[in-house]
Design a protein around this ligand. Structure first.
Ligand code: ASP
Length: 305
């Protein structure tokens, strides 16, 4: 049985003029997340744990827009969304607009496994997080001088900006992971700080089932990144699944159709993985931070084509 982990760290403009040391730092960050996640699969662990471990590593890394590196809202705060889905059971857990939970992906998983609901928001999500003993931090924990600068630039331009489109000395993005374990199970997980200068209370595609995150063992696991509004209205992640199950398209065909024909050009990208271990990482932006590791190949990370 194949074991595969595919990750993304966000899609966007990401100019190639980027300083080499920054490129190296991003690639190291991708490799760390890939390594942490794949180790789970290598040790016989589940797709769910592998996807979550990759995301946890991203959430620790200030270079990526999730957890510690979450971007700023228009109110100079940080609000995070996250989701996880089990392709075997179709169980789903999500949280949105949480401000004080150190690892939103842990909370999404707790919602999935330990609550009667599948989606909790804001204060209610945080009350549940306290009950479950999750780690809390002050909202200022997520502050970052460079990202603050990005917020000021976005405000100046009167724009709501996808993370890696901003001036790009420090591009970051939503993070995602899809995994296939040795038992043939799929899982998907996504975590984000959203878009810079977003209104408080704005929710993107990341935690919406079928928009930014979806997994079904019969077809595929998908995690998206890009302009959330576009991915929500097009039900992008579910659309990959639907094209496979109803139209009989291959993973590659379905993922490409959604990315290049259904979504607006320049809107973002996605990672998709099927139960045979086929994967696709299409993006309609100039770049997407991404990586792949399988049981029969070396880890690979990439940013542009
Ligand atoms: N999709 C995310 C959102 O709209 C942002 C991103 O992927 O960069 O919240």
């Amino acid at each position: 049985m194949k074991q595969v982990l595919v990750i993304h760290g966000g899609a966007g403009v990401i100019p190639q003029t980027f300083p080499p040391e920054k490129i190296a730092a991003y690639k190291q960050g991708l490799a760390r997340a890939l390594g942490k996640g794949f180790l789970v699969l290598k040790n016989g662990g589940s797709a769910l744990d592998a996807a979550m471990n990759a995301i946890l590593e991203f959430e620790r890394d200030p270079l990526f827009n999730a957890g510690r590196g979450a971007v700023y809202t228009a109110d100079e705060t940080h609000e995070m969304d996250a989701a996880i889905m089990n392709g075997r059971t179709l169980d789903f857990g999500a949280v949105c607009t949480v401000r004080h939970v150190k690892h939103p992906i842990r909370l999404a998983r707790a919602v999935m496994e330990q609550s009667p609901h599948l989606f909790l928001s804001a204060d209610g999500a945080e009350t549940f997080a306290r009950e479950k003993g999750l780690e809390f931090v002050d909202n200022r924990f997520f502050d970052d001088a460079y990202r603050y600068q990005q917020l000021l630039e976005a405000k100046e331009a009167g724009a709501i900006v996808r993370d890696h489109d901003i001036e790009a000395a420090k591009p970051m993005g939503t993070v995602g992971a899809v995994a296939l374990d040795a038992s043939g199970n799929l899982a998907a997980a996504t975590s984000t700080g959203g878009t810079t200068n977003k209104a408080c209370g704005r929710v993107g595609d990341t935690p919406i089932p079928g928009a930014g995150t979806y997994a079904d063992n019969r077809t595929c696991a998908v995690s998206c990144t890009g302009f959330g509004e576009e991915f929500m209205i097009k039900a992008a992640a579910y659309d990959v699944h639907a094209r496979m199950i109803y139209q009989g398209l291959s993973l590659e065909q379905a993922a490409r159709k959604v990315t290049f024909e259904h979504l607006e050009p320049g809107s973002g990208g996605l990672i998709a993985l099927d139960r045979h271990g086929n994967f696709a990482l299409p993006f309609n932006t100039p770049g997407m931070f991404r990586g792949v590791q399988t049981n029969d190949s070396e880890p690979r990370v990439n940013i542009w084509e």
